[in-house]
Design a protein around this ligand. Sequence first.
Ligand SMILES: *[C@@H]1O[C@H](CO)[C@@H](O)[C@H](O)[C@H]1NC(C)=O
Ligand SMILES: *[C@@H]1O[C@H](CO)[C@@H](O)[C@H](O)[C@H]1NC(C)=O
Ligand SMILES: *[C@@H]1O[C@H](CO)[C@@H](O)[C@H](O)[C@H]1NC(C)=O
Ligand SMILES: *[C@@H]1O[C@H](CO)[C@@H](O)[C@H](O)[C@H]1NC(C)=O
Ligand SMILES: *[C@@H]1O[C@H](CO)[C@@H](O)[C@H](O)[C@H]1NC(C)=O
Ligand SMILES: *[C@@H]1O[C@H](CO)[C@@H](O)[C@H](O)[C@H]1NC(C)=O
Ligand SMILES: *[C@@H]1O[C@H](CO)[C@@H](O)[C@H](O)[C@H]1NC(C)=O
Ligand SMILES: *[C@@H]1O[C@H](CO)[C@@H](O)[C@H](O)[C@H]1NC(C)=O
Ligand SMILES: *[C@@H]1O[C@H](CO)[C@@H](O)[C@H](O)[C@H]1NC(C)=O
Ligand SMILES: *[C@@H]1O[C@H](CO)[C@@H](O)[C@H](O)[C@H]1NC(C)=O
Ligand SMILES: *[C@@H]1O[C@H](CO)[C@@H](O)[C@H](O)[C@H]1NC(C)=O
Ligand SMILES: *[C@@H]1O[C@H](CO)[C@@H](O)[C@H](O)[C@H]1NC(C)=O
Length: 591
Amino acid sequence: MNGSIVPWLLLAISTISIFSDVAMASASSQCLGVDQRSLLLELRNSLVFDSYVSSKLVHWDQGADSWSGVTCEDGLMVGLDLSKESISGGIDDSLNLAFNNFNATTIPSGLANLSRVAYLNLSYAGFTGHIPTKLSRLTKLRTLDLPDKATSLIGDLGELRELYLDGVDVFAEGSEWCDILSSSVPKLEVLSMSYCSLSGPINASLMSLANLLVIQLDGNNLSSIVPRFLANFSSLKTLSLYDCDLQGEFPHEIFQVQTLQTLDLSSNELLQGSLPEFQENGSLQTLVLSFTNISGRLPDSIGNLKNLSRIELKRCGFDGNIPSSFTNLSQLSYLFSSNNFTGPIPSLNKSKNLIQIIMYNNSLIGQIDSTQWESLSSLLILDLQSNLLEGNIPSSLFTHPSIEELLLSNNQFSGQLKGSFDAPSHMLKALDLSNNNMGGELPTSIWELRGLNELFLSSNNFSGSFHINSIQQLRNLSILHLSYKRFSIDATNTASQASSFPELTLLHLASCQLMTLPQFLVNQSMLRFLDLSHNYIQGDIPRWIWTPKYLMNLNLSSNSFEDFETPLGNFSSTLVVVDLHSNMLRGNLPP
Ligand SMILES: *[C@@H]1O[C@H](CO)[C@@H](O)[C@H](O)[C@H]1NC(C)=O
Ligand SMILES: *[C@@H]1O[C@H](CO)[C@@H](O)[C@H](O)[C@H]1NC(C)=O
Ligand SMILES: *[C@@H]1O[C@H](CO)[C@@H](O)[C@H](O)[C@H]1NC(C)=O
Ligand SMILES: *[C@@H]1O[C@H](CO)[C@@H](O)[C@H](O)[C@H]1NC(C)=O
Ligand SMILES: *[C@@H]1O[C@H](CO)[C@@H](O)[C@H](O)[C@H]1NC(C)=O
Ligand SMILES: *[C@@H]1O[C@H](CO)[C@@H](O)[C@H](O)[C@H]1NC(C)=O
Ligand SMILES: *[C@@H]1O[C@H](CO)[C@@H](O)[C@H](O)[C@H]1NC(C)=O
Ligand SMILES: *[C@@H]1O[C@H](CO)[C@@H](O)[C@H](O)[C@H]1NC(C)=O
Ligand SMILES: *[C@@H]1O[C@H](CO)[C@@H](O)[C@H](O)[C@H]1NC(C)=O
Ligand SMILES: *[C@@H]1O[C@H](CO)[C@@H](O)[C@H](O)[C@H]1NC(C)=O
Ligand SMILES: *[C@@H]1O[C@H](CO)[C@@H](O)[C@H](O)[C@H]1NC(C)=O
Ligand SMILES: *[C@@H]1O[C@H](CO)[C@@H](O)[C@H](O)[C@H]1NC(C)=O
């Protein structure tokens, strides 16, 4: 970094885009004076940018009819947007040079007049690398008509309402940034400084920004507690403190801010706390507490959050029942939780907007028939894996018009699938029923689920038999897990149809009473995992079995293989595990 830089606040600018509240557009040539155009060209010439990516700078020209990225009003430039121009230099080491070009005589008055800029966006975009500069340098730029006045850039932006500096490295001592902001942008409503290398704690001086509606400080290592005074912002709508290394107890008062719509505290593993009672008509829409140590029970009064549409509680410490008032959350779209919740899943009949329900790894009990699943017509994912759920799986889930992932493994579901696929869903991409107590014959209509990409049915009590050729109907199948069931699979005579099988990456047919090695495997070049253990396959282990390019794991144990086809040929270079134990192989492995 440049040694001459004033230390109070350093920026690595990742993009500059200064918008006015006037609609973003291209300035027409009539709007920009000759001097302003010359100046812009000078700026353009000092920048290093990729002319293949540039959609604005590359078109700037003294005689151009329109100047994209430039906004002007009444002959004054009021906005400059150079985002996504892939600018890689020119502001860097040559910074002083670049900006010194804006000398008193040439600076366009509009550029200097930032009091009209209502929106300043310095977020991520084209610039690559860290480009150290200091705001005070830009200050000069903006106050050239008063060259000796040491006001800061932000100091000139007293009217600024929205500040987006996401991804810009701001080097400030401790919580100095709070002081700087509070003294320079008193009317700020949106403060978005995610990933700015800010440090904590949040200083009470921030309270002087009394109009704040949005505070987004994600990805800054604040390593401090969340101060109670944040609850004093009387209009706060969004508080997002994802991954800020927050500690201590999160203040109840903040959950209860009446205007709060979005609260994201996720990925602060040391942050403790619990949910308070929620008042009636709470406005929370998004509550994200995943990967924190916030714990305890969900209060019944969570049902008061009538507008709650996203609740994410992955891997926090909640336990107890999910309150029945949940049934009143009619706007719920996303429900994520893996905690220690017990008790039944409340009826979700009224939550018609549900898109994802992800509640694996809890201790939920009971049946799942209190919800009329077919009426949740936007549902894409239902993941209830690893709970203690039981009873029949409602057939409406298999014929559902929109579900793509139905993941119910590791529960105690029982009953049969017969009749379940009578009008099979063609949307279903992943179906996992493994490790349950389901029985009866596996209905052949399961092969009508034409969209299936992943099918897991292992470790159930399904009976009956089918021919492996059936899976040819599932054109998109990639993963097939059928191990440890009571039924038998006939794998004879598949060679002639080998080319019409889907390309599998995983095939587990352990303990499926296979008598022969399925010959269609000769064509399976994408296989990574193949498990044919605990079957009755005899004869030689063929040369082709070693060869799929990405094969990692091959299990042929507990069969009746007698010998190897020699020479062995080429082994897949990715092969990690080969299990051949409990066969009738004799003698040494061939070289
Ligand atoms: C700021 O600019 C970036 C890059 O162009 C853009 O992705 C982002 O949406 C902008 N922010 C706002 C609030 O407009
Ligand atoms: C800016 O002006 C100063 C004095 O007016 C002059 O010394 C300097 O060379 C000028 N810079 C550029 C880049 O023109
Ligand atoms: C700045 O903007 C104000 C209000 O729009 C205007 O009156 C003033 O003349 C402008 N100043 C400059 C230096 O352009
Ligand atoms: C917060 O700011 C005040 C003055 O604004 C200062 O006295 C105090 O030391 C700051 N606290 C921290 C923790 O930086
Ligand atoms: C966060 O800051 C604290 C205190 O300054 C420091 O000990 C810790 O290592 C930092 N964590 C990360 C991930 O940078
Ligand atoms: C926040 O509000 C409480 C009471 O409403 C008050 O006691 C406290 O001083 C305020 N904190 C700040 C930092 O303004
Ligand atoms: C989580 O919070 C509990 C108290 O609620 C505490 O006993 C435990 O140590 C905390 N765990 C971590 C990792 O901070
Ligand atoms: C909640 O909102 C309803 C309808 O908007 C209103 O009738 C009721 O009084 C409000 N309740 C409270 C406690 O504000
Ligand atoms: C809930 O959302 C509706 C529609 O957006 C809005 O009119 C209503 O004010 C919100 N209720 C609360 C308590 O925020
Ligand atoms: C669930 O509870 C068990 C013991 O009761 C505990 O070991 C485990 O960490 C808890 N899990 C979560 C996600 O809180
Ligand atoms: C759902 O809301 C209604 C009206 O606010 C209330 O009467 C009912 O008790 C709530 N249901 C549950 C299960 O909390
Ligand atoms: C949900 O709807 C189903 C089907 O209409 C009904 O059987 C069930 O009782 C409903 N559940 C609740 C809690 O209303």
